[in-house]
Design a binder for this molecule. Structure first.
Ligand SMILES: Nc1ncnc2c1ncn2[C@@H]1O[C@H](COP(=O)(O)OP(=O)(O)OP(=O)(O)O)[C@@H](O)[C@H]1O
Length: 341
């Protein structure tokens, strides 16, 4: 759906030259939720604004659904932008217009008839969960509601792509989650391709299929979210993974527990991908005559399955224990035996 080739942006001021985006290459599939994460100054905002040419590239190409965006004239670009919706951290709503009027604005600009506008706006209001608030002004809305208006407005012209520029950064955690769920819902219902930029790994974990990590204007690492979570390569990626997983578990309590058990086995079960969805613990407890105690665990759901580990103590007859471990190993859960008491 989107192909980005050797994309660069250099800002020149009187005193300095800043390479904000440096030779980016990326392919994003149709229907994908693709996240770009990076710290402040990494070049994320510049990158996302280059996609719809809110920022003009210094070099490189952006191709969306076969159309070379970077080759369009100003007039062609205006039309083409109707197919690229965008939402912003601070919503960018018109304060003098109601919810309904804000959502209708891009339809007015596109020359859609009044009758059609009314029915499209009604449909969008239902889609984003704003029924009952149609006639409110932005100043009367909560942050989450304002972003819902932003999303409805971005979707008004049925775009192929939705760009999200730190869309949840101004929201509290609970509202963030409700907006992220709405984005997943829209992605699934409409098959919309979504590109988002963020500095929060939680956002990536919750809704993205793939992620690219940006640093110094470059993409330093990219892949499926679970793969990046389980094998972060670069130091910057490891720090982002720690944001949601905490520091790698080398904690004293684990060692102390391993020392203290008198029978059974202490295992660490590693989940990467689909497996955590299979309720493996309850299956093992039902199939084999063993007791399983979960000592500690940290498993996060991502769009492409779960990632994390569980630290468990399993007790029972030796043969049952062995069969249980063999069974777990036969799934894609990785088993690490910490003790053999
Ligand atoms: N209009 C501009 N003129 C000059 N320099 C700019 C301009 N816009 C961005 N930059 C510089 O480009 C670099 C990348 O900025 P950008 O805003 O894209 O990063 P970011 O990862 O989105 O960070 P943040 O989340 O803080 O916005 C920074 O060094 C920034 O100062």
């Amino acid at each position: 759906m989107i192909s980005i080739q050797q994309l660069s942006k250099v800002f020149k001021t009187n005193t300095t030259t800043i390479q904000a985006v440096d030779d980016l290459n990326l392919r994003i599939d149709k229907g994908e939720i693709f996240g770009v994460i990076g710290y402040s100054g990494a070049g994320k905002s510049t990158f996302i604004r280059l996609i719809n040419r809110l920022e003009e590239p210094t070099a490189g190409d952006v191709i969306i659904d076969g159309q070379e965006i970077t080759a369009l004239s100003k007039n062609q670009l205006r039309l083409s932008r109707q197919e690229i919706g965008m939402i912003f951290q601070h919503f960018n709503l018109l304060w003098s217009r109601t919810v309904r009027e804000n959502i209708a604005l891009p339809l007015e600009i596109a020359g859609v008839s009044k009758e059609e506008r009314i029915s499209r706006v009604d449909e969008l209001i239902r889609l984003v969960g704003l029924a009952g608030r149609e006639d409110a002004y932005p100043s009367q809305l909560s942050g989450g509601q304002k972003q819902r208006v932003g999303i409805a407005r971005a979707l008004a012209n049925k775009p192929k792509v939705l760009l999200c520029d730190e869309a949840t950064s101004a929201l509290d955690p609970e509202t963030t989650d409700s907006i992220l769920s709405l984005l997943v819902d829209i992605n699934e219902k409409l098959g919309l391709t979504i590109i988002l930029i963020t500095h929060e790994m939680h956002v990536i974990q919750k809704i993205c299929h793939r992620v690219a990590v940006m640093e110094g204007g470059k993409i330093v690492e990219q892949g499926e979210v679970v793969d990046v979570f389980s094998h972060p390569d670069k130091a910057v990626t490891k720090k982002f993974v720690e944001q949601v997983m905490g520091k790698p578990d080398k904690d004293i309590t684990e060692e102390a527990f391993v020392q203290s058990v008198e029978s059974g086995k202490v295992l660490r079960l590693h989940f990467v991908g689909e497996t955590a969805n299979q309720a493996i613990i309850s299956q093992v407890a039902k199939k084999f005559d063993v007791e399983i105690n979960i000592i500690q665990g940290n498993v996060k759901q991502t769009q492409s399955g779960a990632y994390g580990s569980l630290f468990v103590h399993v007790t029972g007859e030796e043969t049952e224990l062995e069969q249980a471990i063999n069974y777990i190993t036969s799934t894609s859960v990785e088993v690490e035996v910490k003790t053999d008491a």
